[in-house]
Design a protein around this ligand. Structure first.
Ligand code: PLP
Length: 553
């Protein structure tokens, strides 16, 4: 480990805790808070704001899923093969739409039925697809009686999810051409597959340099240093003083031809701020100078932002887009995510430009699945590699998962007034207001880039704002990096994650605004205020100063 990395690791914790990721450190904090690492419902007095898992979930498309399942069962049992011993058959194409409409009429008023009726109309009238073909794909998918074919993604499902991604990630931004989607088991699988296939295909090799936009979801910091990858990392730091935006000087680091790829999370985790339009354009302009630069943008929080436009819209040929349904639909248990790449992209071009000996090696790798391995596109290599190539024919996301993904997507597409989105935003923003009020932090609510899925309380920034630089310096000299978080856990049974583990510049706590109720955020706010005031008293005693506890920040 390089010296500076070691220092950073040490800064992230103390003692044996230093090397722990913030997600593992959380378990230690939970122990300190007197809770069990695996939470039980009875564990009410502990407030765990460390979890990114939302405490809300989208009900309407789930109702739709269960009703569709009942219809599909009816289809299976009416088929020729049904036997009373419990053996059904596949759905029948002929007359499927008519039987579905009958089912909808019979169940009028049942939750999910209106949604399914709307979905069928939307698929037919707005997307111009065959209602029967769509119903067949959905019924077969929800019965899960066939392998996923095509393995990358079911056909009409890809069209519908593509429309959803277009609406949420591209919006009104001009976009030329088409993109392909690989349906995967959440953002987690997307990251694993992408890193792996890039390495297997020599798009990144040990000793190569990649750039990371920080603060960032910790796995992006940890994976490149694993012995599997051994990548050099250039950090682009967004700073609290700059409202968590990247300065142009930081972005200029991407001009270095050594940097092969830039990985970013937008809107960010944990500051939960989307990259400004100016910075997105700045990156897109750099890409014009550096057409070989690979971008990976993880936009799982994009759907919470106002007027979100992904880097994928601005630099489509260079960008791998990762999206997950986990956060927005409260669906972490479903494991639903997508990887999208433009049909004309830099990855396929770089594959075509690989030296002859490496091409030979890769032709051998993929020759069992195609007669023209050299032409196998990056996205199809992702699919093959996700199942160690040899199991390519049984690759793909389970079909019921794809059905729920389609229903989530349609739910969002049909919500032309953005009622769901607006309600979610209202929810998380009122939680933030409650928290900040209790801590005594005034904040401007006018930053259009703020998303507020998480908030970071930056000790240096807030401490200095309230009590000046001497106080912050004293805190740094007299406390260990995660000491305050442990104190908060012990004294108030409040669990936050350390921002340092996500690559923040200063000591800070990440508070998820997604997973507790408003009154809990008030309690957390009061606990934070109390802790801060205690440190002000200690500072006064130690230095003979007369700072006033309770000061507004
Ligand atoms: C939560 C999260 C993920 C993981 O998403 P899953 O779909 O639940 O696997 C990926 N990236 C970021 C930035 C996240 O916050």
């Amino acid at each position: 480990m390089a010296k500076h990395e070691k220092k950073e690791k040490e800064a992230a914790g103390h003692g044996a805790l230093a090397a722990l990721s913030p997600f593992e450190l959380k378990d230690e904090l939970i122990k300190a808070a007197g809770g069990a690492a695996v939470e039980r419902p009875a564990n009410v007095s502990m407030l765990n704001a460390g979890r990114g898992n939302p405490n809300f979930l989208a009900t309407i498309p789930r109702h739709g899923f269960w009703q569709l399942g009942l219809f599909a069962m009816r289809e299976s049992e009416r088929s020729f093969a049904y036997m009373p011993e419990g053996i059904g058959g596949f759905p029948k194409h002929e007359g499927l739409a008519e039987r579905f409409e009958l089912f909808l009429r019979e169940n009028k008023g049942v939750p999910g039925i209106d949604f399914l009726a709307g979905a069928l109309s939307y698929v037919r009238d707005q997307l111009g697809l065959s209602g029967t073909d769509w119903l067949y794909e959905m019924c077969e998918g929800i019965l899960a009686s066939n392998y996923p074919v095509p393995d990358r993604m079911l056909k009409l499902s890809e069209v519908i999810v593509g429309q959803y991604l277009r609406r949420e990630m591209i919006g009104k931004h001009p976009f030329i051409g088409e993109f392909d989607i690989f349906a995967v088991e959440g953002g987690t699988a997307a990251m694993t597959y992408i890193f792996n296939t890039m390495r297997e295909n020599h798009l990144i090799t040990a000793g190569d340099t990649i750039a990371l936009g920080r603060p960032i979801f910790t796995p992006y910091i940890e994976i490149p240093t694993l012995n599997d990858y051994q990548l050099k990392v250039v950090n682009l730091d967004a700073k609290v003083e700059n409202d968590w935006q990247y300065s142009n000087e930081e972005l200029d680091k991407l001009r270095d031809p050594k940097v092969k790829a830039f990985f970013l999370v937008n809107p960010s985790n944990p500051p939960s701020v989307k990259i400004s339009d100016e910075s997105l354009q700045y990156i897109a302009d750099i890409v014009k100078e550096r057409p070989d630069l690979i971008l990976l943008t993880d936009d799982v929080y994009g759907t919470f932002a106002d007027d979100f436009v992904s880097l994928f819209a601005l630099a489509p040929q260079n960008t791998i887009l990762v999206y997950s349904y986990s956060k927005y639909f409260g669906a972490t248990g479903w494991r639903l995510g997508t990887i999208a790449t433009h049909k004309d992209n830099v990855l396929d071009r770089l594959l075509a430009e690989l030296p002859a000996d490496i091409k030979k090696e890769l032709n051998h790798r993929y020759e069992s699945i195609t007669t023209e391995p050299e032409k196998l596109r990056f996205i199809d290599r992702l699919v093959a590699d996700s199942r160690t190539v040899a199991l390519n024919h049984t690759a793909g996301l389970s079909t019921p998962q794809q059905v729920q993904m389609v229903l989530f997507s349609l739910f969002s597409l049909m919500d032309t007034q953005d009622a769901y989105k607006t309600a979610l935003k209202r929810l998380i923003r009122s939680r933030k207001r409650a928290l900040y009020e209790e801590v005594g932090i005034s904040f401007k609510d006018d930053d259009p880039n703020q998303v507020d899925y998480y908030t970071i309380l930056d000790l240096n920034f807030l401490g200095e704002r309230a009590y000046g630089p001497q106080f912050v310096k004293w805190l740094e000299d007299n406390t260990k990096p995660s000491e305050l978080l442990f104190e908060l856990a012990k004294e108030a049974r409040v669990v936050l994650l350390p921002g340092l583990g996500f690559g923040t510049q200063h000591r800070s706590g990440r508070i998820s605004l997604a997973n507790l109720n408003e009154s809990d955020y008030r309690k957390i706010g009061r606990a934070l205020r109390k802790l801060m005031d205690e440190y002000v008293e200690r500072y006064n005693t130690a230095t003979g100063s007369h700072l006033k506890p309770g000061k507004a920040i």
